[in-house]
Write a protein that binds this ligand. Structure first.
Ligand code: AMP
Ligand code: GLY
Length: 430
């Protein structure tokens, strides 16, 4: 099989790496890829938002399967473009991807299908938003979300009305996130532990992946601004067997059934961001894609071939797909550039990557990297996701940080506490 991977992040490197290992696969292509992906796939410089060009390329190389990583091409309808051409793609349709593409749609969908969620209000004008801020129906802190794609940065916590008003101005008047600011969702602030719960779905059945926990904030101790994710552990140590069952019954299955009932059959990977509250699991968000960096941690643990599952879903039937997982936990530590998540530096030469090659328990998944004059350089915010397995969580953390210590570039930043909360919880439960 020839497989085309669409995207250029750490998630896509992990996908391409896992797909490359399949005995069914003869060639892997990637559009556009990065310096790490280029070591195992033929990379072509096609922008992921150019869905027609991606489809043309897939047609030219006669790709048997295309796997899409990022949200933008999904929301732009790349799956619909491929279906029109009769080509196989692992990616939800445009209508299904709206679960991620519109926070307002997702909240109203959850309400229609009684999926446990925080209280919310949808505001379509600045005046309406200011009135909700004044009323503060759920008190403070207040969660404000731009209604569209904002690279994981469109959610802001405001501690009081003054901050909330500033967020309204930023999103709706100054359009910091472009058209995503034309609607705003105000939400009840939930507390608890977050779990990233991912399932494969063919539109009627769901096959869960291993759980993971992201580390969204930029700095240690969960301080600093929200980012796309600074590290992940798998499994999420907060998730009990009971919690797993509850999420499947109350969130995942009603979502898949609800989407089918609304003619938005969900085929792909569904990522539910769940807050485990003292009143049970509540849905913070849906993503219509693999998480980043969760995927790096999750796929490092996948023992069986991923390709049959992806292909079966692309063809509309999970069949009797099963996944085997390593018992060993995994940890992914993201290394980012100076200035991330606002203005990231670029063009810094990365050293130490060669020393991580050829290992079976630690991998350097590339994100914002490129090759220049024979060197690997940074080209954006999240640069690498150093991912390691260990006999236990402690071991995985140690292994990941040993590997991180071998990497260096000017201005590199990483959190020193990835996995520490999970570890503390494990110790507390013993
Ligand atoms: P989202 O943009 O919906 O993915 O949210 C990004 C992050 O903001 C989540 O992973 C949570 O850490 C936090 N968050 C989002 N919604 C809420 C909420 N209602 N209550 C508390 N935290 C939230
Ligand atoms: N790491 C969070 C996300 O992929 O949305």
């Amino acid at each position: 099989m020839k497989v085309l991977v669409v995207g250029n992040g750490g998630r896509e490197h992990a996908l391409a790496w896992k797909i490359r290992q399949s005995p069914l696969v003869t060639e892997v292509f990637c559009a556009p890829g990065n310096a790490g992906i280029a070591e195992l796939a033929d990379c072509v410089p096609i922008d992921t938002s150019n869905i027609v060009e991606v489809a043309d390329f897939a047609q030219t190389i006669k790709a048997d399967l295309t796997v899409v990583g990022p949200e933008l091409p999904m929301v732009l309808g790349i799956a619909d473009e491929f279906s029109r051409r009769g080509m196989s793609i692992f990616c939800p349709s445009r209508a299904a991807a709206e679960l991620e593409g519109s926070k307002a749609f997702a909240r109203e969908f959850m309400q229609r299908h009684k999926i446990p969620s925080p209280g919310y209000r949808i505001c379509t004008t600045v005046d309406e938003a200011l009135a909700v801020v004044k009323e503060a129906p759920f008190g403070f802190p207040m969660v404000l979300k731009a209604d569209g794609l904002a690279s994981g940065k469109g959610t802001v916590l405001a501690k009081d009305a003054k901050e909330a008003k500033a967020v309204v101005t930023l999103m709706m008047t100054d359009k910091k996130f472009g058209s995503a600011g034309s609607k705003l969702v105000v939400e009840e602030f939930l507390t608890g532990e977050e779990v990233s719960f991912l399932v494969f779905s063919d539109g009627s059945k769901a096959l869960p992946l291993m759980s993971a926990q992201d580390h969204k904030r930029l700095l240690d101790n969960d301080e600093g601004p929200n980012t796309g994710g600074m590290g992940a552990v798998s499994p999420a140590t907060t998730l009990t067997l009971e919690g797993h069952k509850q999420i499947m019954q109350e969130v995942i299955l009603p979502t898949i059934a609800g989407m089918a009932a609304e003619n938005r059959r969900y085929q792909g990977v569904l990522y539910a961001g769940i807050m485990m509250t003292d009143k049970g699991p509540k849905t913070l968000e849906f993503n219509a894609r693999f998480g980043d960096p969760e995927t790096q941690a999750i796929l490092a643990r996948m023992r069986s071939d991923i390709v049959p599952v992806l292909k079966n879903i692309a063809d509309g039937q999970l069949k009797d797909s099963k996944i085997e997982w390593a018992k060993e936990p995994s940890v992914c530590v993201v290394i980012s550039s100076k200035g991330y998540p606002d203005q990231s530096e670029s063009g810094r030469v990365i050293s130490g990557l060669d020393s991580l090659k050829g290992q079976s328990d630690a991998f350097a998944f590339h994100a914002a990297t490129a090759s220049k004059d024979g060197k690997t350089v940074t080209v954006g915010g999240r640069v690498l996701g150093i991912t390691a397995l260990g006999a236990n969580l402690e071991g995985a953390i140690q292994r990941a940080y040993e590997s991180v210590a071998r990497i260096s570039f000017d201005g590199m930043h990483y959190r020193k506490d990835i996995g520490q909360r999970a570890l503390a919880r494990l110790h507390a439960s013993k």
